[in-house]
Design a protein around this ligand. Structure first.
Ligand code: DX5
Ligand code: ZN
Length: 219
């Protein structure tokens, strides 16, 4: 896949103007809506749950890329399919039976994603990479927006890219956390396909223009 994608993270949106911010993404050059669901157990923060995802889905016109930072994600696979998720990512660290979880996500008609914490080696995906549609590589410790990018990510991206090639997998590499115009191109050069950006987009003066800048950086 040659086109590189940008997925603004709505975690950094203005929740008092959620419809406005979702519509901004609709009209922008962005490719997906990135939706962060946190349970206060897997990560030390609670973001939003089903009613908010439902409200986002009602207004969104682009694919919903849902990132579950929750324990026992199997319990909610069907619910997120019904809410309209196109891609559902679960954390490697939260799945005892990852292969089974991936099959369950696909059985509901969604693309199956696996998110990796910064400390989790990409080599742990050796035996599942062929079943994975997207690897969401965390470039910050999950739980909060606005954190600094972890530099070791570049090495992990190129290691993962090699694994994907070796195993003939079609998995896309998504980078999540601290993405901005300074690291975007370097990430794509290392092998990234999708860049998630929260604060960099929504805390900027002109989010639409910021999304355009990011897309241009990685074109
Ligand atoms: C962090 C979330 C990210 C977050 C990214 O736990 O998974 O998607 O919203 O936000 P920024 O781009 O501000 O680091
Ligand atoms: Zn995320």
């Amino acid at each position: 896949m040659n086109t590189k994608l940008v997925a603004p993270s709505l975690l950094a949106a203005d929740f008092g103007n959620l419809q406005r911010d979702v519509e901004m993404v609709n009209k922008s050059d962005a490719d997906w809506h990135h939706i962060d669901v946190m349970d206060g157990v897997f990560v030390p923060n609670i973001s939003y749950g089903m009613p908010v995802v439902k409200a986002i889905a009602k207004h969104a016109t682009k694919p919903l890329d849902v990132h579950l930072m929750i324990v026992d994600p199997d319990r909610y696979i069907k619910t997120f399919a019904e809410l309209g998720a196109s891609i559902l990512s679960v954390h490697y660290e939260a799945c005892t039976h990852l292969h089974r979880t991936l099959q369950a996500i696909k059985a509901e008609g969604m693309k199956a994603g696996v998110a990796l914490n910064p400390h989790t080696s990409v080599h742990l995906l050796e035996d599942t990479i062929q079943d994975i549609d997207l690897v969401c590589m965390m470039s910050v410790n999950p739980g909060f927006g606005g954190q600094s990018f972890i530099e070791n990510t570049y090495q992990k991206v190129s290691d993962l890219k090699n694994l994907i090639k070796k195993k003939n997998s079609k998995a896309l590499i998504e980078i999540d956390g601290g993405v901005n115009a300074t690291n975007a191109k370097k990430l794509v050069d290392a092998g990234a396909d999708v860049l998630v950006a929260g604060s960099f987009v929504f805390k900027s003066e002109n989010p639409t223009a910021t999304i355009k800048t990011l897309k241009e950086e990685i074109a």
